[in-house]
Write a protein that binds this ligand. Structure first.
Ligand code: GLU
Length: 447
């Protein structure tokens, strides 16, 4: 039985890198009908926070990465102390005050990493250093080996030790984690040796950089998963994007569901080279998932955003929201875009784009707008076909090009010169609002 684990420390929110690690572990577990364990590494009582822990669990659940077992290291201190005691009893570890240290023996250690191939370490390089990072020499002029602290002076167990004890006790077969943990691997192997347990297999995932090759910043993707959720990304889009950070389904395929990805996933196909995070790509994927998404579901997701913006109150018209979603679904990268592009559906004091105003509403359109209002008031049924017919008849009578009136009307009704089809927009607004805005527009010009 294959068992993997995701082991976040709740000392910060779940970021893109952590989420990708969780996802790759999860996909691997599912691809081999194994188990995915979630282990909260909260041994650092000062830096671990309940709010981070909750955000991590919520975000994983939101992404659809369910776990088979959940552990908290803070509840397992007795286990770690027990194992430290065993090593003391066997003479493999020694005490210094209250701290417990494992004697480091000089040896070469080879790790076969499933992504990176063989990596060699030499524990003779693990030497005691001073504050400046310079090796401290003993009386023979040699730097003494740095023994591995298992339990600190204050009685709290150290990450490398807890990690090994847990991975061993939980029967973890594969440790899949970020490349930043490579340097911990030989130290952990030394602890496995001392405990007399066979180490699991290791796979270290490539780093994630921004597009310029630098470190991820908040702006370039290091934001929390919960922030992406707040910005209106769909979980399936984020999951799909995370997959592509170091792995590819093949055949240039970019959009792929979790279910399909599981069938194709293998650790061997993970890239060694660093992956570059691209917000544009993530937005593109999100726009694709939004257009495919069920309108009812999108409406449910958008309603809280509309409420927060005070665009709707408790007694909102759900049908109107659904109609708007249908109209804008193909025109948004994120759900937040909807608030910007469809604001005019919900509020009367929407922003008017100054350039659109200058370009399309600077001429006096009083006559045209008044005539159009009159015709619209008689249009029955007030649907796209009828309003378009009325509109076209009027421009022909006035000897104008349709486009000469389309743009001014659009700006008057929506404040923007781009958007979905004009007549669908008019129908969405309804007869009353359409006429009211046309009248207001020519009054505003005169005023
Ligand atoms: N708690 C460690 C971290 O958050 C886990 C590292 C590991 O997977 O071994 O980075």
């Amino acid at each position: 039985m294959i068992k993997v684990r995701f082991a976040p420390s709740p000392t910060g929110f779940l970021h893109i890198g952590g989420a990708r690690t969780a996802l790759f572990n999860w996909m691997y577990a599912k691809s081999v009908q194994g188990e995915f364990i979630l282990r909260i590494e909260d041994t650092d009582r000062q830096r671990s926070k309940k709010e981070y822990e909750e955000e991590i669990l919520d975000s994983l659940a939101w992404l659809g990465l369910d776990w088979d077992e959940l552990y908290y290291q803070s509840r397992r201190f007795d286990l770690y102390r027990g194992h430290a005691q065993k090593l003391l009893d066997e003479g493999k570890a020694y005490k210094e005050g209250e701290a417990v240290l494992l004697k480091m023996i000089p040896q070469g250690i080879k790790v076969y990493d499933l992504i990176r191939g063989e990596i060699s370490f030499d524990t003779s390089n693990f030497v005691v250093c001073d504050d400046k990072g310079e090796p401290v020499l003993d009386k023979d002029g040699k730097p003494p080996l740095k023994d591995e602290v298992l339990i600190k002076d204050d009685g709290s167990p150290v990450y490398n030790f807890c990690c090994v004890v847990d991975d061993a006790l939980m029967g973890i077969t594969h440790v899949i984690r970020g490349e930043d943990h490579i340097s911990n691997t030989p130290r952990q192997i030394v602890i496995y040796q001392a405990l007399g347990v066979k180490p699991p297999k290791f796979a270290h995932l490539p780093l994630i950089m921004d597009e310029g090759g630098g470190r991820l910043s908040k702006r370039t993707g290091a934001a929390a998963v919960s922030d992406y959720r707040k910005q209106g990304f769909l979980p399936e889009a984020l999951v799909n994007y995370l997959m592509l950070l170091g792995w590819a389904p093949g055949d240039n395929q970019e959009m792929i569901s979790l279910a399909a990805a599981i069938k194709k996933f293998s650790i061997k196909k993970i890239n060694k080279a660093a992956a570059a995070f691209s917000l544009d790509k993530l937005k593109w994927l999100n726009s694709q998932y939004i257009r495919q998404a069920d309108t009812e579901r999108l409406a449910d997701l958008i309603i809280p955003f509309l409420k927060e913006k005070k665009y709707i109150q408790e007694d909102f018209d759900r049908q109107k929201i659904k109609n708007s979603v249908d109209l804008f679904k193909r025109r948004m990268d994120t759900l937040l875009d909807f608030l910007q592009r469809a604001d005019f559906v919900f509020i009367d004091d929407f922003q008017i784009d100054p350039q659109a105003l200058e370009e399309h509403l600077s001429k006096n359109r009083e006559k045209e707008f008044r005539l159009l209002s009159e015709r619209f008031s008689k249009a029955e049924p007030f649907d796209a076909a009828t309003t378009e017919k009325v509109f076209r008849e009027l421009v022909t009578e006035l000897g104008m090009e349709a486009s000469e009136l389309v743009h001014p009307v659009r700006v008057a009704l929506t404040g923007k010169d781009i958007g979905p089809g004009l007549f669908e927009t008019i129908v969405l607004l309804g007869k009353e609002k359409t006429i009211e805005r046309l009248k207001k527009a020519f009054k505003a010009e005169k005023g």
